[in-house]
Design a protein around this ligand. Structure first.
Ligand code: BMA
Length: 340
C-alpha cells in the first residue's frame, strides 16, 4: 500500500515528540509519558486549562487555551511555549475588538480552535449568542483580536475551520446542537467566500452504530491535508450509566469535496484509560483540539483536553495512522448518502 504523505504541511523540526514505546498496544496513537502537560491552577484566577489549541509561531509555539476561571466561567487565554510542552500564560483573558475597534468581551468562551490561513490566524470557539453558538475572531499579531461575524445561528458548540480554501471558499465543520450537554450530534460542513456569509451546508458524518461514538460526534483538530484526503481527528461520545465517555476517532474526507467521507475508522484511536483522563472535573474525557505536524518526518503531535481538567499530548506517525484508519474503515449508509 502506498504510504500517505502530508500536503501543504511545513517542516517543524521542534515538534514535540517521543518515540512509540514497545508497550503502546495496537492503536496508532500513543501518549506522552509525562502527561498531563498542563496541570491544575496553571495561572492566577484559573482553576483548569483544557480543550485548547496550539500552532507554530516565530520559531516556537503559541496557543489559545480554555481557561476555566475560579468563578467557573471559561475564557480564552493566550499561551506561549518554546517547546510546545511547557507553557506560559497571560494573566488576563483575550479581549476582542469589533471591526470598528470597539471593545468586545464574550460572556463566556470555550473549546477554542486556532487555524492559520494565508498569514491570518483565526480563533473559533463556543460563544454566547442567545445560547451556545460559534464565535470567530482573527489576529495577525496575537495582540489585536478582531471579532468577526458569528458564522451560524444558535445552537452550535463545536466548529473547526479547514486550513485552506477549497474550490475558492473557506470551509467550516460544525455540529448543530442544543445549548446544554447535547445528547445528539452529527458533523456538517459549510462554505463561505468571505467568512461573513456561510452556506452550501452539507452533511459530513453522523454518530454511528459503533458504541463508542453512538451519542454524538464533533470535529476535533483542524483537518490535516494528506495525499489520501483530509485527515480528521474527532471526538466520539458514548453513553454509560455514569455519564458520557469521550474518545478520539479518525476519518478521511475527500480533498476537493470534504463533505464526502472516504474512510472512517470503526475503532476509537484513543479512549480514557490514564488517571488524568478518567478522573477530573468531568471524568472520562479525551477531547482533541489541535495537532502539529512535521513534513520531514511524518510526525503528528495531538493536543487533547483530559477530563475537562488538563491538557495532554499524544503522538502518531502519519503513514501508520492513515493505514490504520483505512484498514479499519467501515462507512455507514449515512456517511455515504444522506443529505448530499
Ligand atoms: C462537551 C463540551 C466540552 C467538554 C465535554 C465534556 O459538550 O462542553 O467542552 O469537554 O462536553 O464535558
Amino acid at each position: 500500500m502506498k504510504k500517505a504523505e502530508f500536503r501543504g504541511v511545513s517542516s517543524l523540526q521542534n515538534i514535540p515528540w517521543q518515540e512509540r514505546p514497545a508497550n503502546a498496544g495496537e492503536l496508532p496513537i500513543w501518549r506522552y509519558n509525562a502527561n498531563p502537560i498542563i496541570g491544575r491552577n496553571p495561572v492566577k484566577d484559573v482553576a483548569r486549562i483544557f480543550n485548547s489549541a496550539v500552532i507554530p509561531y516565530n520559531g516556537g509555539f503559541i496557543g489559545v487555551f480554555r481557561g476555566e476561571r475560579i468563578n467557573g466561567i471559561p475564557y480564552i487565554y493566550l499561551g506561549r511555549s518554546a517547546d510546545g510542552i511547557c507553557w506560559n500564560f497571560d494573566e488576563e483573558p483575550v479581549s476582542f475588538v469589533d471591526e470598528d475597534g470597539n471593545p468586545y468581551m464574550p460572556n463566556y468562551a470555550y473549546d477554542p480552535r486556532l487555524v492559520e490561513i494565508d498569514g491570518v490566524y483565526y480563533i473559533i470557539w463556543c460563544t454566547d449568542f442567545f445560547g451556545a453558538a460559534i464565535g470567530m475572531a482573527r489576529t495577525t499579531d496575537f495582540k489585536t483580536f478582531i471579532r468577526m461575524e458569528n458564522p451560524f445561528i444558535p445552537f452550535n458548540r463545536n466548529a473547526v475551520l479547514l486550513p485552506r480554501r477549497v474550490n475558492g471558499n473557506y470551509m467550516m465543520l460544525s455540529r448543530p446542537s442544543d445549548s446544554g450537554h447535547t445528547p445528539f450530534g452529527d458533523i456538517f460542513i459549510s462554505e463561505s467566500p468571505d467568512m461573513i456569509y456561510w452556506g452550501r451546508h452539507r452533511h459530513v458524518m453522523s454518530r454511528s452504530k459503533n458504541w463508542w461514538e453512538s451519542v454524538k460526534i464533533g470535529a476535533g483538530a483542524a483537518p490535516i491535508e494528506t495525499s489520501e484526503g483530509w485527515l480528521l481527528l474527532y471526538h466520539g461520545v458514548s453513553s454509560t450509566c455514569n455519564g458520557f465517555v469521550y474518545s478520539i476517532g479518525g476519518a478521511i474526507l475527500d480533498i476537493d469535496r470534504p463533505s464526502v467521507v472516504k474512510y472512517r475508522c470503526e475503532n476509537f484511536l484513543l479512549t480514557p484509560e490514564e488517571s488524568y483522563e478518567e478522573r477530573g472535573f468531568v471524568p472520562n474525557v479525551c477531547f482533541p483540539c489541535a495537532t502539529l505536524q512535521d513534513a520531514d518526518t511524518g510526525r503528528i503531535a495531538i493536543y487533547y483536553g483530559a477530563a475537562d481538567s488538563y491538557v495532554a499530548l499524544a503522538f502518531a506517525q502519519l503513514d501508520e495512522l492513515v493505514a490504520y484508519i483505512k484498514e479499519h474503515s467501515k462507512l455507514s449508509v449515512s456517511d455515504t448518502e444522506i443529505g448530499r
